[in-house]
Design a binder for this molecule. Structure first.
Ligand SMILES: Nc1ncnc2c1ncn2[C@@H]1O[C@H](COP(=O)(O)OP(=O)(O)OP(=O)(O)O)[C@@H](O)[C@H]1O
Ligand SMILES: [Mg+2]
Length: 322
């Protein structure tokens, strides 16, 4: 097939607004994977580039969408919405799902209504509302409601008192111009589940994320210094793995995800799972979850990219309506 790649290019990794964008080596890796499967790849770029040159998007058989957008709560829905408008088939979730999944609070509500546990939470609009979180068990973690890639999360996000909560809510609201999600902090361990396919999606081996020993945050958001101690405390039994995969699939279905997504969970010392969020635009870093899962399965990154493309092609064949 001729496959178009839609993406936002990360040119400056130190610019927080580009945190979700894809750096050139990742685009090279995904292009090489698609080429090794016999596809021809055309780099289309982001939503603005599509608008400037719709003919390029119309020239491909399928678009592989990685574009994250910037600066709006609908940013991850921009490319899917354009492709839906133009009737161009694409890999991954549609605009409606992208909108829902960037909102961590709506996602948590859908998880709860699907029987999936999530840390108890409150949403605060200002530091004055901090007493609304008094019913939660401290420590709590404060996150922007509509972001990803660890934006706004570092060891100071975990707070132990109402006073620190006020300060952090003030910081999140003024820096990100959005509501603060305050969640009970589940200190023990962390799992992530990559799903591929539809009706139902299949899970790849569940991956345990290493934690920074000091903050107990996942290593990728703790911004811990090289050489700092880290932990993988979870005993990954088949029962726990099956429970995480089942919970991930329930949320995948509740949000109407398609083709692939990655769901993140915390685990407490008793082995109870708590859903954090689902990413219908997961990272395709070959050294991240998808690469680790490929290694566990004795397969390759390219083979898993191939499974995602096949799942999309099969879905599109079955149901023409986006
Ligand atoms: N309630 C919680 N309890 C414990 N740790 C948490 C909690 N919420 C978030 N974290 C930590 O913060 C990290 C990032 O949180 P989350 O996944 O909600 O945000 P994100 O920015 O969308 O993440 P990602 O980097 O996966 O895109 C988690 O991987 C986890 O280590
Ligand atoms: Mg996450």
């Amino acid at each position: 097939m001729r496959i178009g790649l839609a993406f936002d290019l990360q040119l400056d990794p130190s610019d927080e607004r580009q945190a979700e964008f894809d750096p050139p080596p990742l685009l090279d890796a995904i292009e090489a994977a698609l080429a090794s499967l016999g596809h021809r790849v055309l780099r289309l770029g982001n939503a603005e580039a599509l608008l400037e040159a719709p003919a390029a998007a119309r020239s491909v058989d399928l678009v592989f969408n990685l574009a994250e957008g910037m600066g709006a709560r609908s940013r991850e829905a921009w490319v899917p919405a354009l492709l839906e408008l133009w009737g161009i088939p694409f890999v991954g979730s549609g605009s409606r799902t992208q909108l829902l999944a960037l909102d961590k609070v709506t996602t948590k509500r859908l998880a709860v209504s699907s029987g999936v546990a999530t840390p108890a939470w409150r949403v605060l609009a200002s530091p004055e509302e901090a007493p609304l979180a008094e019913a939660l068990r401290f420590p709590v973690i404060v996150k922007p409601r509509y972001e990803g890639s660890g934006m706004g999360i570092d060891p100071h996000a975990v707070v132990h008192s109402l006073e620190d909560l006020r300060r952090r809510v003030e910081w999140v609201v003024s820096r990100f111009h959005q509501l603060a999600l305050v969640e009970e902090f589940i200190p023990f361990g962390e799992l992530t589940v990559f799903l591929i396919g539809n009706n139902p999606a299949a899970n790849l081996p569940v991956i345990q994320r290493p934690l920074d020993a000091a903050s107990r945050l996942a290593w990728h958001v703790a911004r811990a210094a090289e050489g700092a101690p880290w932990l993988c405390p979870v005993d990954m039994t088949p029962a726990l793995e099956a429970a995480a995969a089942d919970a991930a699939r329930r949320v995948f279905e509740a949000l109407g995800c398609r083709d692939m997504a990655r769901a993140d969970f915390r685990v407490d010392e008793q082995g109870s799972l708590y859903f954090l969020e689902i990413n219908p635009l997961p990272s395709f870093d070959p050294e991240g979850t998808i690469g680790l899962a490929a290694e566990c399965m004795g397969t390759t990154y390219a083979a898993l990219i191939g499974r995602i493309v096949d799942a999309a092609a099969e879905r599109i064949e079955r149901c023409k309506i986006p």
